[in-house]
Design a protein around this ligand. Sequence first.
Ligand SMILES: Cc1cc2nc3c(=O)[nH]c(=O)nc-3n(C[C@H](O)[C@H](O)[C@H](O)COP(=O)(O)O)c2cc1C
Length: 179
Amino acid sequence: MTTADLTLFRSRRTIRRFATQDVSEEEIEQLLEAASVAPSRLDRRPLHYVVIRNAMIKAKIAEALRVRPYIEEASVVLAICADPVVSPTWELDGSAAIENILLAATAMGLGAAWVGSKGSQLWEQALGILHQVVSVPAGIAVVSLVCIGHPAESKDPYEAGEKLDPRRIHYDHWDTLKL
Ligand SMILES: Cc1cc2nc3c(=O)[nH]c(=O)nc-3n(C[C@H](O)[C@H](O)[C@H](O)COP(=O)(O)O)c2cc1C
């Protein structure tokens, strides 16, 4: 792999300010295409996607998660959903798809933020909105949300090796002296 090949990965940053310009249907289709080719255990493909553009729904989700203003600013909030009956690894499959979406958005010059995940009361509140207002069926799980829009902030790409901690890399055996 050349240094240039890592540029896209280093450039992917969480963007939390969005301009008013809409993300087009074609762009959303490209992002979903990127998601659709992410790895999926046993090729089960348990994921569903809800494309949320409705301002009232975005406001309800923002209120539930107490995250403002970027959920409301985002042109689209994507809910990454999954059918746990189709695959027990739905969370892992969903995470792989989300990373593909984030990298594709970066490549397209869009901004994106991964928002919300299980383990907090606020997320339970957001799930309530998704089930009640967005009509996500009771048996369908929600992995996370991704806010997408045209960026209204810029962040520097990571420098080469910036997040790579050699103390966390072990060869053949876990090296306790490292940390
Ligand atoms: C599982 C998961 C959940 C996240 N949830 C949120 C969130 O709720 N709100 C948010 O602003 N960012 C969220 N993020 C993004 C992280 O905050 C972000 O990746 C981190 O600060 C590093 O910044 P970077 O993405 O620019 O590298 C989440 C990321 C992951 C992987």
